[in-house]
Ligand binder design. Structure first.
Ligand code: FES
Ligand code: FE2
Length: 368
């Protein structure tokens, strides 16, 4: 990660022809370690990621730890009711401040007990008499750029911001205003370990082409023929009306909207329900996918039953996706595969994602 050599890229591979003529990205980009390092540095550390919703931290002092581009991060609500993000890394010897979601008046390192205020400043340093040239004000937690939009929490690890969040997600808030996601409540999260490169998982998310083959039951609920894709500069939207009058997803009205915000945030918004997925690369051949579930109501017994069914169903679909992504990773690593082509009808969003990736690589390598 730190000081890793840049991967060798043929500059011709950074061209991005239209979907009708383009080839998919080379298989090396999915399987080689140097691309894993480049992805963390050039892509995931430099772009906005959606890391949750304000309902996860309803009161001052509420916090939860996550991993972002390989870095321990803490999301919290401070004494002034602001949502903030810090590296979950103690300035003493790198210990964690929190291992699990919880609530605290101040943060206490789990290693030797240094304490920090909710504004990140260092508060208490036990057994440090005799330390010279040590000023506590130099040892506050490192903060991370953090913004909230429609209740969603976004962070960007880069100090050198080259993109404004509002420019990246322009148009999404207006389009989903009626769903009122800012009032949704957190119902739970599940983390899946996937033996595939994070880009395999994203590619798969971005097309409905595989639905009839990999998810025959889901295909029955969604109106596959009416599946539509819209590509914007840094995000894409797939949407489809429901086919059945009534189903696990709907009372027959409304739509399912699947937003992908480059590079790794997925917002699945359905009537009264939102699922956030975030893909975190672990190594060239492994990623974690974090699913967070939010609903307009989580308190009544009927609502609880509904969301438990919803989560169970979603788990089934996810297992189907994991299975196929893991087999695809093996195929990409085989001797015979290098690159393929896109269906202009059904893989426009995959093509769009791969174009964004090329833009990130180009910008990063030009700076080196
Ligand atoms: S690493 Fe945090 S107190 Fe030592
Ligand atoms: Fe799928």
């Amino acid at each position: 990660m730190k000081n890793s050599p840049n991967p060798s890229i043929d500059v011709r591979d950074l061209n991005h022809p239209p979907v009708e003529r383009a080839e998919t990205i080379p298989s090396d980009w999915y399987i080689k370690d140097e691309f894993h390092h480049a992805d963390r540095e050039a892509v995931l550390s430099r772009n906005w990621q959606c890391v949750g919703h304000v309902s996860r931290v309803p009161n001052p002092g509420d916090a939860y730890p996550i991993i972002v581009a390989g870095n321990p991060v803490l999301i919290l609500r401070d004494d002034e009711n602001r949502i903030c993000a810090y590296y979950n890394v103690c300035r003493h010897r790198g210990g964690p401040l929190m291992a699990n979601a919880g609530s605290a008046r101040f943060l206490k390192c789990l290693y030797h007990g240094w304490t920090y205020r909710l504004d990140g400043s260092l508060r208490g340093v036990p057994h440090f008499n005799g330390a010279e040239l040590f000023d506590k004000s130099d040892f506050g937690l490192k903060s991370i750029r953090c913004q909230v939009r429609s209740g969603l929490i976004w962070i960007n690890l880069s100090d050198d911001l080259n993109s404004e969040l509002d420019d990246i997600i322009a148009g999404i808030e207006t389009r989903i205003r009626d769903v009122e996601i800012e009032n949704f409540k957190f119902a739970g999260e599940v983390t899946y370990d996937v033996k595939a490169n994070w880009k395999v998982y994203v590619d798969n998310y971005l097309e409905g082409y595989h639905i009839p083959h990999v998810h025959p039951e889901l295909c029955d609920l969604l109106s596959f023929q009416d599946y539509k894709t819209e590509c914007h500069e840094w995000y894409s939207l797939q949407y489809s009306p429901f086919r059945k009058q009534e189903s696990i997803y709907s009372d027959g009205s409304g739509q399912s909207c699947y937003y992908f915000v480059y590079p790794n945030s997925m917002l699945n918004i359905l009537p009264g329900r939102m699922q956030l997925n975030r893909v975190e690369p672990v190594s060239a051949g492994k990623c974690k996918v974090i699913f967070e579930y939010y609903y307009d109501d989580i308190s009544s017994p009927a609502a609880r039953k509904k969301y438990q069914e919803d989560m169970a169903y979603s788990d089934k679909v996810q297992q189907e996706d994991i299975e196929i992504c893991e087999r695809v990773q093996e195929g990409l690593g085989s001797k015979v595969y290098d690159r393929g082509r896109f269906s202009p009808e059904l893989e426009e969003a995959v093509h769009h994602f791969q174009g964004c990736l090329k833009k990130s690589y180009l910008r990063y390598f030009n700076e080196q």
